[in-house]
Design a protein around this ligand. Structure first.
Ligand SMILES: NC(=O)c1ccc[n+]([C@@H]2O[C@H](COP(=O)([O-])OP(=O)(O)OC[C@H]3O[C@@H](n4cnc5c(N)ncnc54)[C@H](OP(=O)(O)O)[C@@H]3O)[C@@H](O)[C@H]2O)c1
Length: 245
């Protein structure tokens, strides 16, 4: 079976690592982007894949993206990685309907509609990997809308595992802190990263990406979450690492 995977938000950061890791393992990547067209096109060229752009907050974007991806690929997808994300801070005190809806569109609605269209064209042995967050297993009240919408994606992962079986598996991968948060400089990140998990070393994006590859390829697993956090989920924190000094 030809292995072809669509990675949303694949042009930069963790998405890019997932694309590179999958390509090294023989997958043809479809690199999805919203604003990072140059980075995505370059990465697609480097990895023998294709790049496709769409704003996932728009109505109908999920189904449109699967159609565009398969058309540009000239074949079917066997893997879908829902990694595109926004990480805006809000709290239980200042949460707005607008923020909740924005987060749900990107973290829940788009992945669910992508999964539906993906499953429709998928053959036996295909897989959906939803990128979650270790936060879900170690809750604090920061990034309120983000976390609520990722909780929904966690639940959706279990639903997808039932809904699209037996041909399609669905797995969650919940990373820990592996790249600087928005507005955080590299020096602060490098200093804090080894302090947030029980292994006391910086979690590497490549190790998270390898967990995603494992989920894509391992035919024994569906309907579960792999936490790739260096044990960050075991360390209780009152607030997000963004507020650590
Ligand atoms: N970074 C971490 O330490 C960490 C920790 C735990 C969990 N995670 C999870 O891991 C995943 C990747 O993390 P990351 O830090 O690499 O993510 P990120 O940099 O915050 O976002 C990844 C990409 O999402 C795309 N995106 C944002 N809004 C979009 C929209 N409206 N339509 C389409 N695409 C959109 C952007 O693509 P363009 O650049 O093309 O606009 C962006 O580059 C996320 O799901 C995140 O929740 C990350």
């Amino acid at each position: 079976m030809t292995k072809a995977v669509l990675v949303t938000g694949g042009g930069k950061r963790l998405g890019r690592e997932i694309v590179l890791t999958a390509a090294e393992a023989g997958w043809t990547p479809v690199v999805h982007y919203n604003s990072s067209s140059n980075a995505a096109e370059e990465l697609a060229k480097e990895t023998g894949g294709v790049a496709v752009g769409i704003d996932l907050s728009e109505e109908g974007a999920g189904e449109k993206l699967i159609a565009l991806a398969t058309e540009k690929l000239g074949g079917k997808l066997t893997g879908l990685v829902n990694s595109a994300s926004i990480f805006e801070h809000d709290t239980g005190q200042d949460v707005t309907e607008e923020a909740l809806l924005r987060n749900f569109r990107i973290h829940t609605v788009a992945p669910a509609m992508l999964a539906k269209a993906f499953a429709h064209q998928a053959s036996d042995g295909s897989a959906i990997v939803n990128i979650l967050d270790q936060k879900l297993f170690n809750l604090n009240a920061d990034h309120y809308s983000y976390t609520i919408s990722k909780q929904a994606l966690h639940g959706a992962t279990m639903m997808m595992a039932r809904a699209y079986a037996p041909s399609v598996r669905a797995i969650g991968v919940a990373p820990g802190y592996n790249l600087p948060s928005p507005g955080q400089d590299d020096e602060t990140f490098e200093r804090l990263a080894p302090t947030v998990n029980v292994l006391e070393r910086r979690l590497q994006p490549r190790d998270v990406a390898k967990t995603v590859l494992f989920a894509l390829e391992n035919m024994a697993i569906t309907g579960q979450v792999l936490i790739a956090s260096g044990g960050e989920h075991l360390k209780s924190a009152e607030r997000d690492v963004l507020f650590k000094d």
